[in-house]
Ligand binder design. Sequence first.
Ligand code: ZN
Length: 291
Amino acid sequence: MSDFILRATDQDNHVRMFVAETKELVEQARIYHTTSPVATAALGRLLTAGSMMGIMMKGDKDILTLQMRGDGPIGNVLVTADSKANVKGYVGNNLVDIPLKDNGKLDVSGAVGKGTLMVIKDLGLKEPYNGTIELVSGEVADDLTYYFASSEQTPSVVALGVLVDKDYTVRQSGGFILQLMPDCPEEKIKQIEKNLSVLPSVTSMLENGQGAEGIIAMVMTGLNPVIREKSSTEYQCDCSKDRVEKALLTIGKTELQQLIDDGETVDMSCHFCNTHYEFSVEDVENILNNL
Ligand code: ZN
């Protein structure tokens, strides 16, 4: 198991925490999408959050979608996750290149711009759960912190970090989500605030060799944390020619007939992993006949 998520709580289950190490899966996303450093950071942060929020879901078939729509040059950033923490995602503009921030960090909020964050949970009910917030910073972690407080009424702390190396590969990636249960006593909240006030960034903790366990120990100092579960997480695309065919169907009869008349092979690629699927004129005719 390379990438993984740890779930920890204090002894009394007043506080729960998920910590993810996601270097491999974010690097996989970078390879699939040939993302620029700032696009790698934006997508990587959202993938990391998606992996942890995926595992919070209970049902085998539950699907989470996180979508950031801002007016910045990166366009849409979309991630989906299942309850086994299999994640995939894409960005609108994989090559976005903007100056670093004054502190030398990648300017994710500048790439994302102003807009909304949508969280959709398909839990197998009639209607999927849908929560949308205005982006508060576009840095992803702050936006999710606000989402949890306003849409799920769960006081949370979200921290996410992706460190891109000089050769553009992913050097470090990870994050955590800490949540307070409704009966959490005031002294524990004060202790956590104290711990957070001196906490380094996620990427510097990972860079200093503090893995997920070290991060739990630091964030939950004084709370006697217990690690309850370890789960693997990975980038996984489940596309197939059948699925891509469904997307082709949505363009409508007239357009499909046009494609047949043009007599050209249709080349479609998967948004999530860029696998190419070819549909011959005969394939398109069959699709049309089956409509
Ligand atoms: Zn795919």
